[in-house]
Structures are given as structure tokens and as C-alpha cells.
Design a protein around this ligand. Structure first.
Ligand code: ZN
Length: 356
């Protein structure tokens, strides 16, 4: 498998997915986003279907929920269209760029500064969305500038919080999601977004006829470098957790306390479950590690500063966005090869699980 499946920008990734879908004779649907990308380019979520669109079993492979992580998921999708054929009775639905704005702007978040993996709250009954840990450090999470001195001042506040409350409390404060600081990081939103409405549309229009489905939601930036880990959002003893383990083998169950994941509120796995309650759904996240967790986090913090200070018009744009690419999309052929090889393995496992 060559790594030509990788694109370095949203525009290039989109060209590759559209071309490979066309070559595979996939059904293609392009859903326009209302905003443009940084070069003025139009943005789309592209949905490509291989196999019987009326199949009772459907595997959804999704990329770019966290926009900056998009190129890795896109490469797996391109490779899947190039070489995989779904088994009889199973359809493969590729959802390319569920957050096209974040993909194009090389941001983790969407056009509303929402972290979509903290966003799939039932907005009619949101429950307790407080995060007092984040409230306590909100002013320091985003540094005053991209320079080392600003970062050090900001880190001193986080270090003091860690010293008082512990490492786990700091991790939760930052990563659990927060709903009170729309300009902050890991903001979960205050109501439905373009992408959450799109999930409802896709569930109805591409999974309405299905009875069983799998979801592989592809991410980067967590775990060992180049390693692709499957994450189930349920416990190992739940029906969903058991199915995930049966299909994919070694699976980390993020709800099992011993795994040490901070977890997150209201991920997109919850979103698909709620949007398609008629399905027996087996969703997983597939995470490819890049840099160490603090380096990834700091890239997001500096990117938060950039977008609060002019974004594209700020002279630090190139430098900050290079940091985002290093954190989420390393330009390393060995890493890219590992992503494509492992990604295809997991997609094959998902298709096999549905055809069994
Ligand atoms: Zn992610």
C-alpha cells in the first residue's frame, strides 16, 4: 500500500476522496457547508457509498470530526475505496469531513469553536454540564501569546492547579468538555450545530433501511506514535462493548476506569446512537498516536490564541498551523504508512463483523 492516499490540505484530501470514489464507482453525495475555507474554497462533507445502498448492514467510516485530524482519516478512506469491496449484504459508507470547516482551517474545533466530541448532548435534556475545574483555570488555558514566556505564565497556573487538585483533576478539567466558555477550549456548545444536524440527516437517509451498523470514527493525537487503537465508548461487559471486542480484538473501553481515559461527555458515538435508535450499532473511535499528550495539548492552546487574535490575518498563522500539523498530522512517511495499513485492517474487521 503506498501512502499516496495522504493529502496535506483539505483541498488535496477532498480531490483524492472524490477521485477514488469515482474510480470505485461509488455513489457520491456532496453536502455543502455554508462557510468557505481559508483560500476561499467551498467546503463539503462528502458521502461515498460502496455496495448495496439498501443493505441491512452498513459500516460507516468517518473522518475529520476534529478537523486538524482529517488527513489521516481521509487517507484510510481513500485507501479503502481503492482496494476494498464490501462483502454481500454490507454497504460501506464513507463520511469524509464531518467537520469540513475545521479540516480546512486546520483546527480541532468547528466554525462555532465547538469540540464536536463534547457536543452530542441531548439539548432537550442536557443534564449537568458543569466543569468547575475548567472554570477555575479558564483564564490560563489559552496563553497570552504563542511565545515561550506567555506559555510559561499560563503553565504556572495549570501547575498550581495540578499541585492542589492532582493530575487526574487537571486532565478532567481540560478534556472532559466545558459548556460555559464559548471562547475557550474543548467547548461543547449550547445547542445543535451544522455537524450534529448532519449526523441526524445521514442517519435517516443512509441508515434508515439498516438494522445493524458499525461506525469507525478516525482520530489522531492520542496514544503511542503511529499506533492505531480501537476505543469503545462502552464497558467491556455491555453488549456493545462485547461486539466491539469480538470484531476488533484488543479494544480499550473508555468507560472502564482502569483504562485511565479522562473520557468525554457527549461524543459523536452518542450522537449516532441517538440519531439512529433503531440500529444495533457498534461504534468505535480509532486513534493514531502522534506526539506526547502535553505537546498535542499545547498546540491546541496556541491555536486557540491564534483564532482569538485575528486568525488568518495574524502574522503567526504559518507558525501556529505548522504546530497543529506536527501535533495531528506528522509529515512522516513511516507514520503515514502505519496509519493506512492499520486503518485498512480495522475497516476490514468492521466489514467482517457485520457480514458474520
Ligand atoms: Zn480527535
Amino acid at each position: 500500500m503506498n501512502i499516496g492516499a495522504f493529502g496535506s490540505s483539505y483541498i488535496e484530501c477532498r480531490r483524492k476522496i472524490v477521485d477514488s470514489g469515482s474510480a470505485a464507482l461509488a455513489h457520491h453525495r456532496a453536502i455543502p457547508h455554508p462557510l468557505p475555507g481559508p483560500a476561499g474554497e467551498p467546503l463539503f462533507c462528502d458521502v461515498l457509498t460502496l455496495g448495496d445502498p439498501g443493505a441491512e448492514a452498513v459500516l460507516v467510516v468517518e473522518s475529520g470530526l476534529h478537523g486538524a485530524e482529517g488527513p489521516a482519516g481521509s487517507a484510510v478512506q481513500v485507501a479503502a475505496l481503492q482496494i476494498l469491496t464490501p462483502p454481500p449484504g454490507v454497504a460501506l459508507v464513507i463520511v469524509h469531513a464531518i467537520n469540513p470547516w475545521g479540516f480546512a482551517w486546520n483546527r480541532r474545533f468547528n466554525e462555532d469553536n465547538i469540540d464536536l466530541n463534547r457536543h452530542f448532548v441531548d439539548w432537550d435534556a442536557p443534564g449537568d454540564l458543569s466543569n468547575e475545574g475548567y472554570d477555575a483555570i479558564a483564564d490560563a488555558v489559552i496563553p497570552e501569546g504563542p511565545d515561550a514566556a506567555s506559555m510559561a505564565r499560563s503553565n504556572a497556573v495549570l501547575d498550581a492547579f495540578r499541585a492542589e487538585k492532582g493530575e487526574a483533576a487537571l486532565k478532567s478539567a481540560l478534556k472532559l468538555g466545558q459548556y460555559r466558555h464559548p471562547d475557550g477550549l474543548y467547548f461543547g456548545g449550547a445547542g445543535p450545530s451544522w455537524s450534529s444536524r448532519l449526523v441526524e440527516t445521514l442517519a435517516r437517509e443512509h441508515l434508515g433501511q439498516a438494522r445493524r451498523a458499525g461506525l469507525i470514527d478516525i482520530h489522531t493525537g492520542l496514544g503511542p506514535y503511529g499506533f492505531g487503537e480501537c476505543l469503545s465508548g462502552e464497558t467491556p461487559t455491555s453488549d456493545e462493548g462485547r461486539r466491539a471486542a469480538a470484531w476488533y480484538g484488543a479494544v480499550a473501553h473508555t468507560k472502564a476506569p482502569e483504562t485511565g481515559y479522562a473520557g468525554s461527555k457527549a461524543s459523536i458515538l452518542d450522537g449516532w446512537r441517538r440519531a439512529a435508535p433503531w440500529l444495533t450499532l457498534t461504534p468505535i473511535g480509532l486513534e493514531f498516536g502522534t506526539l506526547d499528550p502535553d505537546a498535542v495539548r499545547d498546540a491546541v492552546r496556541v491555536d486557540g490564541w491564534l483564532h482569538a487574535n485575528g486568525g488568518r490575518d495574524n502574522s503567526a498563522w504559518d507558525q501556529v498551523k505548522a504546530g497543529m500539523s506536527a501535533a495531528y498530522n506528522p509529515a512522516d512517511p513511516a507514520w503515514q504508512q502505519a496509519v493506512v495499513t492499520r486503518g485498512l485492517e480495522v475497516v476490514r474487521q468492521g466489514l467482517a463483523g457485520l457480514s458474520a
